[in-house]
Design a protein around this ligand. Sequence first.
Ligand code: BGP
Length: 475
Amino acid sequence: MRENFLWGGAVAAHQVEGAYNTDGKGLSAADVMTGGSRQKAREITDGILADKYYPNHEGIRFYEYYREDIRLFAEMGFRCFRTSIAWSRIFPQGDEKTPNEAGLQFYDDLFDELHKYGIEPIVTLSHFEMPYGLIKKYGGWRSRKMITFYTRFAYTVMERYRNKVTYWMTFNEINNQMIVSNNIYAFTNSGILFKENDDREKVVYQAAHYQFTASAMTVKKGHEINPDFQIGCMIAASPLYPYSCNPKDILLAQREDRKFNLFFADVHARGHYPSYALKEWERRGYELDITEADLKTLAQGCVDYIGFSYYLSGVMCADPSVEKLGNDLAASPDAVENPYLPMTPWGWTIDPEGLRYVLNQYYERYELPLFIVENGFGYEDAVDDGQIHDNNRIKYLDNHIREMVKAIEEDGVDVIGYTVWGCIDPVSFTTGEMRKRYGFIYVDKMDDGSGTYARSKKDSFYWYQDVIKKNGHIF
Ligand code: BGP
């Protein structure tokens, strides 16, 4: 383990801050998404409708409570805290020329508060919360103009916080949008609402190309602003296993793993398109808007590290007689259930060894430092006489940390840090619920927005404090 291993927690601005229209903030993609559940998908509405409930508008009022919350993070011994900068606080509509000073000031105060306790801020630039104005006016990342707006935002905040933030990530879970079976991922990643005649994958590849270009420009400029900056990508790493030793399953799993996971890391890490993707586009007759200048830019902006989230794994099966999952989580239409793994009540497989697997897979492929910037257990906690005994969460995290330590100490993988997702209960991204809780800190807010917003420590709070104290050697 690195001595200065970055133990901490992670959230995103839109899932915690609230204050959705305070101090000049504009609407973001997350502000037009209603509450939902595992059974009922969140709706994306055309602006804000009076009769709908939007859970991100209040978040958990972190905008108001952040000092108190950071004090609790410090008590756990956090060495870092990952959040995002809400783009729409800085450029409320997205296409302004000058930033909103009140928005910039908020993050100055937030980062200062973290540094007061020696907590390193880890910043995601775009985490599912692009300005809604850019979606309405330009169709989001369908438009090349987004490169200009995004880089203006990125350069502004990198200049402003050049001495306060070292670790950056350009786009959260950029590969999610490859799941085109519904609109939520393309909308949250790229502000794209699919039209009836869209070839959805083509639309997504085009948007991703503009994002890769913007990301590479950001990496390059970031290193000019401060050569110490560490700028990474952020991938939702969900390994896809073959269902059997039938070579058809092996090849299918390889193909789908590339498409849904590795393609995105390949471009960020290597600075060019992999041959398998170029062939795929050729076969499909895709002529994307990719210029020579863009390709040069990609080559000049390779990331310093690979940040990734890890929650679950999937299984690919080529045999048509085996029943397919056919749900949104499955990503690929050929995904089937894994008979060896349990699932959370939200249908996410629990696979600690998969974490060791992806750590090895990514390290071997890129030979770059890795940063596990999300891993966590979404579960409905019971409050028992003011106490929250979240043993399931402790078990989940414990098992994952053990596998990470094995990857580091037995396999030689270089890992920078580990931040637990939703270290304080956030609004769930996929469902908009509060009941799907992740935190070490409980927030008294319910799915309908009721509650006092009071914070209390769960049993996992003390457990994680001990993990950090022992630098992960908990066994
Ligand atoms: C990732 C996102 C986070 C987050 C997490 C858990 O996809 O980066 O924003 O919320 O997953 O997902 P959920 O909140 O839907 O349980």
